[in-house]
Design a protein around this ligand. Structure first.
Ligand code: NAD
Length: 382
């Protein structure tokens, strides 16, 4: 087997870990930190605790809290200019994937002239400053991935800078205030990332262990966290699952489900996690035909009982049914409820292979197979 697995950055983990943030940043030789966040996160108690920790450690703090979802190149350019003019020597992201990815973009610009577009997909730049991630959602694993997703506004596409964090502080208490629907969507994204990385053609032994563990945790604890956001145990399990999944898909990547979610999202502008959730069951049925042993690993991790004589097809159907039931139980809406026209959805099939994630499908497909999958995703989840 040929493969590679990366070790991106150390993680400080646990309840109350954010109290140690200031010391961790200071130990990296930082004296003036740029905090990157968004308005929703900046209004939380967790954000206040994190900033307090930085200040208590004697660090000067400049706040940049205007990140919007799916951060744009213009926003990142503005943050980069602020970081340069403010002479900061460290960056801390406090937020979900959007602030963490914006912070990666800003770090790319701190010692390089903008715009950030020159560095999308380009790993050659003068390295930035220490970058510490404090995730506040359990959804992206961005703290441990090597990319920061940035929206290229001229081309209307999502692209990415290549950048690792220096350290991460994962305190599940930071996620206690995440609203139920954000919890549901980000949690289904984690489940899809984990299940797709388990069945991707780029999987490796480390990604397999981490992704299987993440599937186990999400299936057990996501419905609990959606029903009761204050349940610390559920939040902790999801924080671990999200981080493990980020490490797993940083190498193993994701495939058909994400290619579908990106394609459909670009056309209809719908929530990414919901689209992943809607594609996932049908993608598992396809995985059963392409990599049946790997699909059975997903089934085992998800606690789906397979009888001895179950064919690969039946195994795929059982995993699909289990994932549909979870999505339904936490309020993921159907394509119909989202206002998507069935014909328009199926018509997107020919665009799916153009998405970068498609490169990691475990078996090549025809457009007509993808049409069947899109139609089934519409029909089988009501
Ligand atoms: P997000 O960061 O866009 O946040 C979603 C919403 O949740 C925001 O309104 C935010 O204010 C709110 N929120 C976040 N934390 C909160 C908290 N603790 N309490 C209350 N509200 C809170 O969402 P996300 O799903 O974490 O990130 C999505 C982004 O991540 C996308 O741009 C996606 O492309 C990117 N992404 C990146 C990677 C990567 O490897 N870099 C991987 C997957 C996704």
């Amino acid at each position: 087997m040929l493969g590679k697995y990366a070790q991106t950055c150390p993680v400080h983990f646990g309840r109350g870990a954010v109290a140690a943030l200031g010391g961790i940043v200071k130990d990296l030789g930082v004296s003036h930190v740029l905090v990157v966040s968004d308005p929703g996160v900046a209004a939380t108690k967790g954000y206040a605790r994190a900033v307090e920790s930085l200040k208590s450690a004697g660090l000067a703090v400049t706040e940049f809290t205007k990140v919007a979802a799916d951060p744009s190149d213009t926003l990142v350019n503005e943050g980069g200019a602020l970081a340069r003019s403010g002479k900061v020597d460290g960056i801390v992201a406090i937020g979900g994937g959007s602030p963490m990815d914006a912070a990666k973009g800003i770090n790319v610009l701190i010692h390089n002239d903008g715009p950030v577009n020159a560095y999308l997909g380009n790993p050659f730049y003068k390295p930035g400053v220490p970058l510490v991630m404090v995730p506040t959602t359990s959804g992206t694993g961005s703290e441990n991935t090597s990319v920061g997703v940035i929206t290229d506004t001229a081309k209307s596409i999502k692209s990415a800078v290549i950048c690792n964090a220096t350290a991460a502080v994962i305190d599940p208490e930071m996620t206690l205030e995440v609203p139920p629907m954000v919890t549901a969507n980000t949690g289904m994204d984690v489940l899809a990332q984990a299940a797709e990385s388990l069945t991707s053609k780029a999987q490796n032994p480390m990604s397999t262990v981490l992704a299987a563990d993440a599937v186990r945790r999400v299936v057990r604890w996501l419905p609990v966290a959606v029903a009761d956001g204050a349940n610390y145990r559920a939040r902790e399990e999801l924080a671990i699952a999200s981080n493990f999944t980020g490490i797993a898909f940083n190498d193993a990547l994701v495939h058909l489900g994400h290619a579908i979610a990106h394609t459909v999202g670009a056309k209809f502008h719908l929530t990414h996690g919901s689209l992943c959730a809607l594609a996932l069951p049908e993608v598992m049925k396809y995985a059963a035909t392409a990599v049946p042993d790997r699909l059975r690993m997903v089934a085992e991790a998800a606690g789906v009982h397979l009888a001895e004589g179950d064919s690969d097809e039946v195994a795929g159907q059982k995993v699909a049914a289990a994932f549909r039931a979870i999505a339904k139980s936490i309020g993921i809406p159907s394509f119909a409820a989202l206002g998507v026209d069935r014909k328009a959805l199926v018509a997107l099939a020919s665009l799916v292979p153009s998405d970068a994630c498609y490169a990691f499908v475990p078996r090549e497909m025809t457009v007509s197979e993808i049409e069947t999958i899109l139609a089934a995703a519409y029909d089988n989840y009501q």
